[in-house]
Every structure is written in structure tokens, then in C-alpha cells.
Write a protein that binds this ligand. Structure first.
Ligand code: IPE
Ligand code: IPE
Ligand code: MG
Length: 255
């Protein structure tokens, strides 16, 4: 028997027709609190959060989103207890071993941005395999930010520029915004149009500081494991009502 058509399906056609953000970035937060509310260990929340990753990826792909960047582990998250860190480092393998066939079927291309340094080899290997298996896919780019930190990334871009100046291949007067942009891990991606953060926290936690300069923000109290298709559609519908000016004027205002 065919699966029943989910309720959000009709709504998602309307959302897709109205024009979806090209790049959605999400700070997936609140897994620990989700677990605590249920008297479960924090890691149970991380495990449950994987289901949301699957739902959100699938819907973003169906809607025609080009890039979905998911903040999975920050350069500051190493401060957490070793047991929790170890668990988080196993999740990419578990997620990909279950969902890779589905991602391939959906024409999704897996990418990662973050420092390989300090990541366990099993984590890197799982991502390498997924990237390899999906490298020719032409649909949604699913970009995991893993061991990612925006300040470190900007420092690296600056070092790169300094090295070019020291080598005499770049004049200080010729340094532009593009030199920074080109030095970031996102160099091949468009800037995010919509940033979502779950769990009620209203901060960036060292996420894409440069890239988010003109991004529209959506903060929701919903905890990441409770976030789903309807919640993503809420965020996109709200985004569609925004008036992005980029410092200029739009429509009526410009006359
Ligand atoms: C987000 O959930 C996942 C990661 C940061 C890896 P948290 O683990 O931060 O959950 P809370 O914020 O403690 O509820
Ligand atoms: C940000 O969440 C990092 C990820 C979602 C991966 P945190 O839970 O680590 O952020 P803070 O510590 O509350 O700022
Ligand atoms: Mg948190």
C-alpha cells in the first residue's frame, strides 16, 4: 500500500512556488534539553536529532533548496565531556550508514566544512565515503559543519592573505572582501539566505560570522529533535515575507 501523503505536502508546493532560499543554514540546538525533559541522557537527544536531519534534508531537497548547511559540531564543543564528544563523533557514521542510500536516491551531494585536525579517523572516513558516493549528484548540497569555527576560519583566510603579501604577489592596497571570501571554507557556496537556530538561544556561537552579514535570521523555541517539516515551512514562509534591502531600497521605496 502506498504511504499516505503527509499533511505538509500541499503546503510545501505553495512554499516552493513562492521561491525558496537558495542556501539555508541551521544551528541545530537543544538536543540536550530535549533529553533532559524526558529524563534521558543528553546523547539520546543527539540520537533523536538525527531523525530531524533526515526530515529537514528531504524536505529541503524536495523544495529545491540548493544548499543546506547544518552546524553539527563547533570548535568549542570539544569542551564537553569526552563521552558526549565520542558519541557525537559516531553520529555521522550512523547517520550515513542508514541514510546514504536515501541521499543518493534524492540526488543529494554530501559536503563537509570544518577542521579535519582532531576528528577521529572513523568520522573522517564516513564522511569521505559519503562525499565520494555522492560527488556526481546535482541536487541539494548537504553541507555538514563539523569541527567548524568561524573565527579560526577567518584567521586562516587572513594568514593566507598575509603570506601572499609577504611573498610579494599581493599589494596591501589591492586586498578586497573577495580575498577573505575566497579564503573561507564556504568559497564554493552562495552566502546563506536564511539562518535558523532552534531551542530559543539567540546567538551565533561562532557560526559563519562573515557569511551571515546579510542573511535573514529565524529563531524558534522548538528544540532540534522536535523540529520537523512544518517548522521548516514556517521559517521559509516567514522568510518569503521579508524585504531584503542589502543596504539599498526596494520596490516602492526606491521611487
Ligand atoms: C546541539 O544540542 C547539538 C550540539 C551542539 C552538538 P546541544 O547539545 O547543544 O543541546 P542543549 O543546548 O544542551 O540543549
Ligand atoms: C552551537 O551550539 C553549536 C552547534 C549547534 C553544533 P552550542 O550549544 O554549542 O552553543 P552555545 O554553547 O549554547 O553557545
Ligand atoms: Mg546547545
Amino acid at each position: 500500500m502506498a504511504e499516505p501523503v503527509p499533511e505538509y505536502e500541499e503546503r510545501s508546493y505553495a512554499v516552493a512556488r513562492a521561491g525558496v532560499p537558495s542556501h539555508i543554514a541551521i544551528i541545530m540546538d537543544g538536543n540536550g534539553r530535549w533529553a533532559k525533559k524526558r529524563s534521558l541522557p543528553r546523547v539520546a537527544g543527539h540520537h533523536e536529532g538525527m531523525k530531524t536531519v533526515r526530515k529537514v534534508t528531504k524536505l529541503a531537497s524536495h523544495l529545491g533548496v540548493n544548499v543546506l548547511t547544518l552546524y553539527a559540531f563547533s570548535t568549542e564543543n570539544w569542551k564537553r565531556p569526552k563521552m558526549e564528544v565520542d558519541f557525537l563523533m559516531r553520529l555521522p557514521e550512523e547517520f550515513l550508514s542508514t541514510f546514504l542510500p536515501e541521499l543518493i536516491e534524492e540526488n543529494v551531494r554530501v559536503e563537509m566544512m570544518g577542521y579535519h585536525q582532531n576528528l577521529p579517523s572513523h568520522t573522517i572516513e564516513a564522511i569521505r565515503k559519503a562525499k565520494e558516493a555522492t560527488k556526481n549528484n546535482t541536487g541539494l548540497v548537504l553541507n555538514f559543519a563539523l569541527n567548524y569555527g568561524s573565527r579560526a576560519e577567518i584567521v586562516d583566510a587572513v594568514k593566507d592573505i598575509a603570506a601572499q603579501v609577504a611573498a610579494g604577489t599581493l599589494n596591501i592596497a589591492d586586498i578586497t572582501e573577495e580575498h577573505i571570501t575566497e579564503g573561507l571554507m564556504t568559497r564554493r557556496l552562495p552566502e546563506p539566505d536564511l539562518l535558523i537556530r532552534t531551542s530559543g538561544e539567540v546567538r551565533l556561537s561562532n557560526f559563519m560570522l562573515w557569511q551571515l552579514a546579510y542573511t535573514e535570521f529565524w529563531f524558534t523555541e522548538t528544540l532540534w529533535p522536535d523540529f520537523g517539516e512544518e517548522a521548516l515551512l514556517d521559517a521559509i514562509e516567514n522568510y518569503q515575507k521579508r524585504n531584503r534591502r542589502f543596504g539599498g531600497l526596494k520596490g516602492e521605496e526606491a521611487n
